[in-house]
Design a protein around this ligand. Structure first.
Ligand SMILES: Cc1cc2nc3c(=O)[nH]c(=O)nc-3n(C[C@H](O)[C@H](O)[C@H](O)COP(=O)(O)OP(=O)(O)OC[C@H]3O[C@@H](n4cnc5c(N)ncnc54)[C@H](O)[C@@H]3O)c2cc1C
Ligand code: FES
Length: 426
């Protein structure tokens, strides 16, 4: 049977088919335009990123040249040009080189090592302090130092030796012996990945320097800054942070007060009640795809590094530094694993002690001290070289790259653990 269609039906069918072909063609044209536009945008973003990285690499290599030519070995004399009270118990010190020659730019996040001659101290006291300002000032460096009070369980005990000296005794015009900037916790200026900076209390110092460097470079890199303090009385560098917030349109500044006091106003002085936390990041950040730089007291560091791990942030994207001696310095993430070094023998030759290393101590220096063996120490961060000990036999592993290179056949005990059985000249 042959189906005969009326001409009108054929006409309608024709219009529908032509219409469908037309719509499909328009759709194809629009989607290929869209694809081309997306590809063009992707190429532009890639080119911008490459251009940015090339510019930053050129600028950084110029700075690296200056660092090499202007740096110094051993100690250099610095004069305290200005001593400025930041908040109660914290002063900033502006240090100018006594020889009047220009200073090398440092990597934002690095620290200075001081050798202090403090009255009543039998030996020079060695301590590290992070550079807290922009790395681009050839005339002076700034460090900001918090006076460490006696431990809470011994309120009549001694406050921190060096931090008390800086805050209570040191005056403008005094001279200090200082080693060149060093340290591995610094901002990679050549990357264009978005960043989250986190500073807890005085731990703000290195991340503030990083933020200053970034803002001065004028680069458009997404950056979040979280500051955690107890309340307005401890709100460090408030004006400087607010000025950076004005100057850097890509910055989102969030201040958390864990214990706000009368007179502290939410919205004006701080944005969040409570501690800086990963829950807060989850609430504010669009994803976990950031590079994190953290410096703060040990409980904060442990809490945040653990939380970021749980949130799926890769270890390589979490950089941190803890202040203080080894007892408070290392977080779990840095602690050596029992693993290969477990149960090896460590002979402290001079002290006549043979001990079993079971992976429990955080470093050879701690291990020695726990067993009544005295090794001089200073920074306890692998920079000053004070804790160096000759290795008579065996090998060590380093927990972090030492800032000071130990001589052949010796090790920096504050950042070393045994790799094999060891005999140390201590
Ligand atoms: C890389 C690095 C950078 C640093 N940057 C800064 C900085 O920018 N500003 C700053 O103020 N400090 C900074 N520090 C800490 C500083 O080096 C000293 O450890 C701190 O000033 C205490 O020294 P002290 O001689 O006053 O105390 P000490 O006399 O050595 O110690 C006194 C008591 O306080 C305890 N204690 C020491 N340090 C701390 C601490 N940080 N937290 C809690 N308890 C502690 C000790 O266990 C001891 O019981 C940094 C440390 C390192 C390793
Ligand atoms: S104490 Fe400074 S390097 Fe070990």
């Amino acid at each position: 049977m042959t189906l005969i269609l009326a001409p009108a039906v054929i006409q309608v069918a024709g219009v529908v088919i032509v219409g469908a072909i037309f719509i499909q063609s328009v759709f194809l044209i629009v989607s290929s335009f869209r694809r081309l536009a997306i590809e063009r945008e992707q190429r532009r973003v890639t080119l911008d990123s490459l251009r940015y990285q090339a510019e930053m690499a050129t600028a950084e290599s110029k700075k690296e040249g200056e660092r090499t030519t202007l740096s110094w070995s051993g100690h250099r004399k610095f004069e305290v040009q200005r001593k400025v009270k930041e908040v109660e118990g914290v002063h900033s010190f502006y240090l100018a080189p006594h020889d009047g020659k220009p200073l090398p730019p440092f990597l934002p996040g690095q620290y200075l090592t001081f050798q202090l001659r403090i009255p009543d101290q039998p030996k020079p006291v060695i301590r590290c302090y992070s550079l807290s300002d922009s790395p681009n000032n050839p005339d002076c460096y700034r460090v900001s130092i918090k006076k460490i009070p006696p431990p809470p369980d011994k309120p009549d005990g001694q406050p921190g030796v060096s931090s008390t000296y800086f805050n209570d005794i040191l005056q403008e015009g005094d001279i200090l012996d200082v080693k060149a900037p060093s340290g591995q916790f610094f901002l990679d200026m050549t990357s264009d990945l978005p960043i989250v900076f986190i500073g807890g209390g005085i731990g703000l110092t290195p991340v503030l320097s990083m933020l200053s460097a970034l803002t001065e470079s004028g680069i458009k890199r997404e950056v979040w800054f979280f500051l955690g303090v107890r309340n307005g009385k401890e709100h460090l560098m408030k004006e400087q942070l607010e000025a950076l917030n004005q100057a850097n349109e890509n910055l989102r500044l969030h201040v958390c007060y864990s214990d706000p006091q009368k007179g502290d106003e939410k919205g004006r002085d701080y944005q969040h009640s409570g501690h800086v936390s990963v829950d807060l990041f989850k609430e504010l950040l669009p994803s976990n795809n950031y590079t994190f730089y953290i410096c703060g007291p040990p409980p904060m560091m442990e809490f945040l590094t653990g939380g970021l791990k749980e949130w799926g942030v890769p270890d390589d994207d979490v950089h941190f530094e803890a202040f203080g001696p080894a007892t408070v310095k290392k977080t779990k993430a840095e602690a050596p694993e029992a693993g290969e070094a477990a149960a090896v023998e460590v002979i402290f030759d001079r002290s006549g002690k043979t001990l079993k290393w079971d992976g429990g101590a955080e470093s050879l220096l701690d291990f020695a001290e726990d067993n009544g063996i005295v090794i001089d120490s200073g920074c306890r961060a692998g920079n000053c070289g004070t804790c160096v000990v000759a290795v008579k036999s065996g090998e060590v592993n380093y927990l972090t790259d030492p800032g000071a290179t130990p001589e052949e056949g010796s090790c920096l005990t504050c950042v070393a653990v045994p790799k094999t059985a060891l005999t140390l000249d201590a």
